[in-house]
Design a protein around this ligand. Structure first.
Ligand SMILES: Cc1cc2nc3c(=O)[nH]c(=O)nc-3n(C[C@H](O)[C@H](O)[C@H](O)COP(=O)(O)O)c2cc1C
Length: 423
C-alpha cells in the first residue's frame, strides 16, 4: 500500500519512484535536512518528512511542507494530512509507504531510542514498525559521539543492519573542532542509494566507463564537438557503483557534477580519451564506451586564435583514431560494450559495428527519436550482443537503461565476469 501520488514526478534520478521518509530530529543541523530533502526530490524521490517535537524548535514544518508539497508528520496521535484517516494509523501507514527511512540529522537521543526500541513519538514508532532499510546520519557534539553510551547504541544499530554513517570531522556548533558534524549530503545520498540497491552483483568488478563528448581544437578558443551531455555514462557509473563495482569514469567536458565514490578522469580530446582508455583497460573487467568520441577533428590546430578576417572558408578534417579498434590486441577477457548513436538503419548498422569492432555487446539508439539520445533524461535503445541477442527496449530513464545494460552484461557467460573480477 503506497500513500503517494507519483504521477506528477518525472522518472529521473537514482531514487525515482521511491518513497523516502525523512526523519528530522532536534539537532542544530536540522536546517541541513531542508537541502537534503531537495536533493532527494531532485533525484526522483517522493519525500515524506516526519519531525520530532524538538526538531520543530530548530526548523518549522512549514518549510518542509512547502518544499516537498506534502504535510509533515509531527504527531503520533493527532490526525494528520500526511496520512489520511482512511489509510489507518499514521505510524503504520507511513512505515508501510516507505521504501527507505533516513533520519538526518539523528540526535544522540534519537540514536538511543532506536537502539532500545523506544516508541514515544511518531518518528520512533514508525521506525519500529518499518520493514524498509534504515539510514541514520548522526549529528552531535564530538564528546557526545565518543560517549560510551552513544558508541554502544551505534554498534547495536549497525549489528541490526541499520546503516549508521560516521559523522564528519570539523568545526562544531560548540565552537570546538571534532567529529560530530552531519555527514556531507553526497555521503548520505550514496548510503541511501546503497541501501536501496542491496544486490551487489558487480562486487569485485572493475568497470571502466567513458562518457560525454570530446572537443577537438581548431585554435585555442574554438573547437568542434557534439551534443552529448554525458548523462548516459553518468547513469551507468551510478548504477555500476550502486551494484558494488569499482568504477572509473573517463569523462569528456560536461556540465554534470562529479559522481560520488566514482573515480572521474576528465579528458578533453579524443586523443586524451584514447590514451586514458588504453592505459586503464588492462585493469578493468568491463569497458562500456558510452562517450560520443569525435570521429573527425580539424586537420591542423592553430597555436594562436585565428583572426576573423583570415579564417578558413572550408575546414579540413581528418579522422580520429578509433579507440575500440585499438583494443582487441590488448584484450584479456574484458567484456566490451559499445554504443551506436544512429539516425537510421539502427539494427543493421549496430550489428555491423558489433562485428567490425569485435564487441561483446552494443547499445544502439536512434538519436532522432523523441525522448532518446543526447541531453534527454530518457532513452530508447536496442541491445545486441555477439551471441545474437537483439532486444528492442521501451523508452525508459537513462538510469533504468543503465541497469538493463548491466543486467545483460551479467547474463553473458565470460570467465572474467564469473570469477568476480581479476584481482
Ligand atoms: C541549541 C541546541 C542544539 C542541539 N544540537 C544537538 C545536536 O546537534 N545533536 C544532538 O544529539 N543533540 C542536540 N541537542 C540536544 C537535543 O535537542 C536533545 O537531546 C533533544 O532531546 C533531542 O530530541 P529528539 O531526538 O526527540 O529530537 C541540542 C540542543 C540545543 C538546545
Amino acid at each position: 500500500m503506497k500513500t503517494t501520488n507519483r504521477t506528477s514526478r518525472a522518472p529521473v534520478g537514482r531514487f525515482r519512484e521511491k518513497t523516502i521518509v525523512l526523519g528530522v530530529t532536534g539537532s542544530i543541523a536540522a536546517y541541513k535536512a531542508v537541502s537534503l530533502a531537495r536533493r532527494l526530490m531532485a533525484e526522483g524521490a517522493v519525500v515524506q518528512v516526519v519531525m520530532t517535537r524538538n526538531a520543530q524548535r530548530f526548523v518549522g514544518p512549514l518549510t518542509f511542507q512547502e518544499l516537498t508539497g506534502r504535510p509533515v508528520g509531527t504527531d503520533l496521535f493527532a490526525p494528520s494530512d500526511a496520512v489520511p484517516a482512511s489509510m489507518g494509523m499514521p505510524h503504520l501507514a507511513l512505515a508501510e509507504s516507505a521504501d527507505l527511512l533516513v533520519i538526518a540529522p539523528a540526535s544522540a537521543h534519537c540514536v538511543a531510542k532506536l537502539a532500545h526500541g523506544l516508541a514515544d513519538d511518531l518518528l520512533s514508532t514508525l521506525a519500529l514498525a518499518a520493514e524498509c532499510p534504515v539510514v541514520v546520519a548522526p549529528a552531535m557534539d564530538g564528546g557526545m559521539w565518543t560517549h560510551p553510551a552513544v558508541c554502544s547504541n551505534v554498534l547495536t544499530l549497525r549489528q541490526r543492519g541499520v546503516t549508521v554513517l560516521e559523522p564528519e570531522v570539523g568545526p562544531l556548533a560548540s565552537g570546538r573542532t571534532g567529529k560530530g558534524r552531519l555527514p556531507e549530503e553526497d555521503a548520505i545520498l550514496s548510503a541511501i542509494a546503497g541501501a536501496l540497491h542491496p544486490v551487489k552483483d558487480f562486487k569485485g568488478q572493475r568497470v571502466l566507463i567513458t562518457a560525454g563528448p570530446t572537443q577537438e581544437a581548431l585554435d585555442p578558443v574554438r573547437f568542434i564537438s557534439n551534443r552529448s551531455s554525458g548523462k548516459m555514462g553518468w547513469a551507468l557509473a551510478e548504477a555500476a557503483r550502486d551494484r558494488g563495482a569499482g568504477v572509473v569514469l573517463i569523462a569528456g567536458p560536461t556540465a554534470l557534477p562529479p559522481v560520488p565514490n566514482v573515480t572521474v578522469v576528465p579528458v578533453v580530446t579524443s586523443e586524451d580519451m584514447r590514451k586514458e582508455v588504453i592505459t586503464r583497460f588492462v585493469d578493468s573487467d568491463v569497458l562500456i564506451m558510452a562517450a560520443a568520441v569525435a570521429d573527425f577533428r580539424p586537420a591542423g590546430s592553430s597555436p594562436g586564435k585565428i583572426p576573423k578576417g583570415r579564417g578558413p572558408r572550408t575546414l579540413a578534417l581528418e579522422p580520429t583514431p578509433d579507440i575500440l579498434m585499438d583494443l582487441p590486441s590488448r584484450r584479456a577477457g574484458q567484456f566490451v560494450v559499445g554504443f551506436s548513436a544512429e539516425t537510421g538503419d539502427l539494427v543493421e548498422r549496430a550489428r555491423a559495428k558489433l562485428r567490425r569492432k569485435a564487441l561483446d555487446m552494443i547499445v544502439a539508439n536512434n538519436v532522432t527519436e523523441p525522448g532518446a539520445g543526447f541531453g534527454t533524461e530518457t532513452n530508447r535503445a536496442t541491445l545486441l550482443d555477439r551471441a545474437g541477442r537483439c532486444d528492442a527496449l521501451p523508452l525508459m530513464s537513462k538510469l533504468e537503461l543503465a541497469h538493463r545494460i548491466l543486467d545483460a552484461v551479467l547474463e553473458f557467460p565470460t570467465d572474467r565476469l564469473q570469477k568476480g573480477g581479476t584481482s
